[in-house]
Design a protein around this ligand. Structure first.
Ligand SMILES: [Zn+2]
Ligand SMILES: [Zn+2]
Length: 657
């Protein structure tokens, strides 16, 4: 996770020296800010080593690594053998080979103290003339083989056996594999060729697959609103115990639904070529609320009930309601899964309409800002999955600044998409980032603003580039202090309410920030990832960008409640122009809960001003504010379901003419 991992090198190595960073400054322009002169900038939370202090020699990072076997099963015992073969430039005495056992997620920490204990790890060299000194550090999950006696020459091999059972004689030595399935995972290798303590990454890291376990349950997600007579799909997927997509599953499905309201188009099965997930085609016969139940005819796999689906009259809705997750990490930074796997999971398993893969610019084993190939891979996957009208994939990355907070940047066009890194002196402050982004069709979203790994510094704000704030993710809720499900390490100054209180006009979104390869859903036993409900004219990049900029969006903590919040013709995110400040303002609130609605709270200027009780799935009320209006007043609603689901509308602002 953003907070959980950092490169922990041994203090005696020079690469462990962390240096001061980040020039700080406020630049006026069309940036709107609070009171920049009086407010100090925050101190950096994490200071990274200044890699430019070290000179990589041509010998660093030389050689190749192979791995055997090429696939293991998620969460199961395993042995992995890595063979490093020295390249033509050799490795001098004092140099070494450093292996990071992946920290993503739950690989057992390597150890060489007890052969009968988990993840017993051994290191050997093919050349008997070489004296290896091996350091295995369980806490940083590193295995270091330092070269002594004489240097490694081309073709010399170092073998690392992780989970060494010595041919089965010590079965307790097995390691446990990563809990989350993915292709192309790796243990990361670096080599110091000249013995100066600088370890350069080898050119090609050894890739292998982590396969999902047996299917134990189904998941089912359909659209939240659909017109009667219009064909639609409920996505049905087979998942293992950790919510990994069980791609090997195939079988018949039994559907439970109201035949008077819904018509099902066969086939109703996950076929062998479906790789664990299928879209069941349905058509609504008449208006109403429905769910679709999925069962295993053989009773071996736990069934699933879809989210609530509102069937409405064809001409009723001006905007489509689309679900999105605009924050997810995979194995190109500090998470699980390739970009393609993340998009597939978002689209096919979570049934989302909009997704973005937001790898860190500079965080993780191999920074995105240092790898053109990895950035191209993200962009290519985005192109591959995007289809107008069907699934919107957005070009994106996360600016991972450890002073001012993180932001994810979404680009409308590929030719404008690029990684402006927080490590680059020209884009290491929000103002500089936004200046670099000017001219491109893009949106920047303050991410986990209320705390978690790092809160947002709201001293800086750009009304054009920052239309919305991510108020809920796996890290928790960033609405206000004390809100149930509040983000860890909360700070009042970072909360969404703090930004609204400064007069910033921000819509509310939720997104996942999942690192487990499960965008839109997350994993059992972990907090539910957030979602954004998007009211868009069309399911295209233009439609999504227009809706985000109009703040016609709302946040949920993963539940798929349908939420509308209006004042006359002004929808959430809009501005209500008032002629007569003494005339009461009326607000219409309509909710179809994905679970029973416990209540709806009206929030005015950050104060809870009315709590309206719910009764069942459907909530519909008009609330009136008779207090005199003043320009800058804002109202939003917070919806609570009895099952722990929450939703927050974007605000409506008042301007008195
Ligand atoms: Zn982050
Ligand atoms: Zn993130």
């Amino acid at each position: 996770m953003c907070s959980g991992w950092r490169c922990r090198c041994r203090p005696r190595r020079r690469i462990a020296l962390w240096s001061a960073m980040a020039s700080v400054g406020f630049v006026a322009g069309d940036v709107v800010a609070g009171s920049p002169d009086e407010e100090p900038d925050p101190e950096p939370r994490i200071v990274m080593p200044d890699e430019s202090m070290y000179s990589a020699s041509p010998q660093d990072g030389g050689g190749t690594v192979t791995v055997h076997p090429r696939a293991v099963e998620a969460g199961r015992p395993c042995t992995l053998t890595f063979t490093y073969t020295c390249g033509p430039k050799g490795v001098e005495v004092g140099g070494g080979v450093l292996c990071y056992v992946s920290r993503f997620w739950h690989w057992s920490p390597p150890q060489d103290q007890a052969a009968q204990m988990p993840a017993y790890t051994t290191v050997a060299c093919s050349n008997p003339g070489i004296e290896l000194s091996v350091e295995i550090d369980s806490s940083s999950q590193t295995v270091l083989a330092r070269i002594g006696g004489r240097g490694l020459e081309a073709g010399d091999r170092i073998t690392i056996v992780y989970g060494d059972t010595s041919g089965g004689t010590n079965p307790g030595g097995l390691a446990t594999a990563d809990r989350y399935a993915e292709r192309e995972t790796s243990f990361f290798f670096r080599v110091d060729g000249d013995g100066d303590e600088w370890f350069g990454p080898i050119a090609e890291q050894p890739a292998f697959d982590v396969r999902a376990g047996e299917a134990v349950r189904f998941a089912a997600f359909g659209p939240s609103r659909v017109a009667v007579g219009r064909p639609f799909e409920v996505r049905v997927s087979a998942l293992d115990a950790a919510n990994n997509l069980a791609e090997g599953f195939a079988g018949e499905l039994a559907l439970v639904y109201d035949a008077a309201t819904l018509e099902v188009k066969p086939p109703v099965a996950i076929g062998p070529s479906d790789r664990g997930s299928v879209g069941i085609r349905l058509v609504g016969r008449k208006p109403g609320l429905v769910r679709v139940g999925i069962q295993d005819p053989e009773g071996k796999i736990t069934g699933a009930m879809s989210n609530i689906i509102l069937l409405h009259e064809p001409a009723e809705e001006r905007f489509g309601l689309y679900w999105g997750d605009l924050q997810s990490h995979g194995n190109l930074s500090d998470g699980t899964g390739t970009p393609e796997e993340l998009y597939r999971y978002a689209r096919d398993v979570a049934g989302l309409d909009v997704a973005a893969v937001t790898e860190h610019d500079h965080w993780g084993y191999l920074p995105l800002d240092g790898s053109e190939a990895n950035w191209r891979r993200v962009l290519d996957a985005t192109d591959r999955f995007h289809r107008d009208g069907d699934f919107v994939a957005l070009y994106a990355y996360e600016w991972t600044n450890w002073t001012y907070g993180h932001q994810h940047v979404l680009f409308r066009r590929r030719e404008e998409a690029r990684v402006w890194s927080w490590r680059d002196p020209d884009s290491d402050t929000p103002v500089e980032l936004w200046r670099r982004l000017k001219g491109a069709d893009c949106i920047a979203i303050p991410h986990h603003p209320g705390g978690g790994p790092i809160p947002t510094c709201w001293k800086y704000y750009d009304a054009k580039l920052v239309p919305v704030v991510e108020m809920v993710s796996v890290h928790g809720v960033s609405e206000r202090m004390g809100q149930p499900g509040c983000i860890y390490s909360p700070e009042a100054s970072g909360m969404a309410q703090a930004a609204l209180g400064r007069g910033y006009r921000l819509g509310m979104i939720g997104s996942g920030d999942t690192h487990d390869g499960h965008p839109g859903i997350g994993s059992p036993g972990t907090p539910a990832p957030g979602l954004v409900g998007i009211y868009a004219r069309e399911l295209t990049r233009d439609g999504v960008f227009e809706a985000l900029r109009a703040r016609r969006v709302y946040a949920t903590n993963g539940c798929r409640a349908i939420l509308r919040f209006h004042s006359g013709a002004v929808a959430m995110g809009g501005v209500l122009h008032v002629e007569d400040a003494s005339a009461p303002r009326r607000f219409d609130i309509a909710v179809v809960g994905d679970g029973p609605v416990a209540g709806v709270t009206v929030v005015k200027n950050n104060a809870d001003v009315a709590t309206l009780k719910g009764d069942g799935l459907i909530f519909s009320e008009r609330w009136t504010d008779s207090a005199p209006a003043k320009s800058g007043d804002y109202y939003y609603v917070r919806v609570a379901q009895t099952d722990g689901g929450w939703a927050w509308s974007s605000p409506i602002w008042v301007e008195v003419r």
